[in-house]
Design a protein around this ligand. Structure first.
Ligand code: HSE
Length: 439
């Protein structure tokens, strides 16, 4: 093989970009020993050359405009780590059209524009790999595309946002306030540029959009996902859940059932005995349940500089191998061949069936519980357990915690509307779905 050097350009030198630079330098020899070629960073691009960063950029050709970099440089692979949907999209499309392969960590780009980008990639015989876009160091895309590709996948459930998992873990462990923990996650480089994407569930929904296409052979459709964040979860809920034998985790769930596919991102109570319930801090974990392999679990760092760089580097190596061996054999972008991707019925959140944890703040007086259970009775909602908690600070209003048996989401929403209208009920009822994750 005459050409044993793969030339790359890196656009974006934030947390992940710096990590890729550092990793390729640190493990350069190791990578060559495994791959049989050298990865050479030819050029880099970022908006500000003088910005203080955790990597050494000396000796690398620098561009403040990544599109100019693509035009002027002769590279085999563009590594897009800018994030967002504007410049990143133009850049990736331009690279693919110029027959430059692309590695990206950009979940928003893949989730929102992947259908279009995939067509351009096919048309130009240029690949785009995106392992780092979901679950950081956990190779979940490779697993679904390459290791579970003989399986019919029934459901997938995962903790795929490191920031929210870090916040929920730290709130319970160190009793720190939500904003303080969020600031820590930002300082550690886990959070998105706009942290409301993490806290509000958007980041996890981008990732579930990608995973659900890979699992179920449906085109990417971000709007089909039901999205909730962790904003309503209070320390009390984390403690009450624990008393009941559960952990609260922010989950992304995709599940085929007889009527269609459920796609949802929200907080859940998970029985403490499940492995997912014990995934703490910035760690991510994904369970994939499929017909032949059964349930399999993948776990690791969901964010962070070197951890995410590890996935980016593995994509560079995979594409490099293809270039060196002059192979034209591509793994389909979304696991299924493009013309095999078919729209399927996605269930509305009202159509799902679940058990529910409910926290209701009520006036502390006789008959309140009877008023509430009467409404549940009318809607045929059966209660599994009730905890009445004391509130040492405000004993005129006290929390009641209820767990229901399985019920249609629409029925619980209707019941909660009526209950919230009772004079004795104060404020919004906290409703968290319970996921057994056992079938
Ligand atoms: N903000 C993301 C997270 C980064 O917290 O998981 C990794 O995608």
């Amino acid at each position: 093989m005459e050409n044993r050097v793969i030339k790359i350009g890196i656009a974006g030198l934030g947390t992940v970009g710096s990590g890729v630079l550092n990793l390729l330098k640190k493990n350069n020899e190791e990578i060559s020993k495994r791959s049989g070629f050298e990865i050479k960073i030819e050029c880099i691009s970022a908006s500000d050359k003088t910005k203080k960063r955790d990597c050494d950029i000396s000796g690398l050709r620098f561009y403040s405009d990544p599109l100019e970099m693509i035009d002027k440089e002769s590279i085999d692979i563009l590594v897009e780590l800018i994030g967002g949907e504007t410049t990143a999209k133009d850049l990736v499309i331009k690279a693919l059209k110029n027959n430059i392969h692309v590695v990206s960590a950009n979940k928003a780009l893949v989730a929102l524009h992947g259908n279009e980008i995939s067509k351009i990639s096919n048309h130009n015989n240029s690949d785009i790999y995106y392992e780092a876009s979901v679950a950081g160091a956990v190779p979940i895309i490779r697993i679904i595309r390459e290791s579970l590709n003989a399986n019919d996948i029934n459901w997938i459930a995962g903790i795929i946002n490191g920031t929210t998992n870090y916040i929920l873990t730290e709130m319970l462990k160190s009793k720190k306030d939500f904003n303080m923990v969020l600031k820590e996650a930002q300082d550690l480089g886990y959070a998105e540029a706009d942290p409301s994407f993490d806290v509000g569930g958007i980041d996890a929904a981008h990732k579930l959009t990608i995973l659900s296409s890979l699992c179920f052979g449906i085109p990417l459709d971000f709007n089909s996902i039901h999205v909730e964040g962790i904003e309503d979860i209070e320390l009390d809920d984390l403690n009450y859940a624990r008393e009941l034998g559960y952990s609260i985790k922010h989950l992304a769930i995709g599940r085929k059932n007889k009527d269609g596919i459920e796609l949802r991102v929200h907080s859940c109570l998970i029985p403490e005995k499940r492995l997912l319930a014990n995934v703490d801090g910035v760690k991510n974990a994904v369970v994939v349940s499929s017909d032949a392999a059964g349930p399999t679990l993948y776990y690791g760092a969901g964010a962070g500089s070197l951890a995410t760089a590890s996935s980016v580097a593995s994509d560079i190596i995979d594409i490099g191998r293809k270039i060196i061996s002059k192979s034209s054999n591509s793994i389909p972008f979304l696991s299924y061949h493009n013309d095999e991707l078919k729209n399927k019925r996605i269930l509305d959140i009202n159509e799902i069936v679940s058990r529910y944890y409910l926290r209701i703040r009520v006036t502390n007086k006789p008959g309140v519980l009877a008023d509430i259970t009467k409404i549940f009775g009318k809607k045929s909602i059966s209660i599994e357990s009730i905890l009445q908690k004391e509130d040492l600070i405000n004993d005129t209003n006290v929390p009641i915690v209820l767990v229901t048996h399985e019920v249609l989401e629409k029925n619980i929403i209707d019941a909660l509307k009526d209950i919230e209208n009772l004079e004795v009920v104060k404020g919004k009822i906290v409703k968290i779905r319970i996921e057994e994750l056992d079938s």
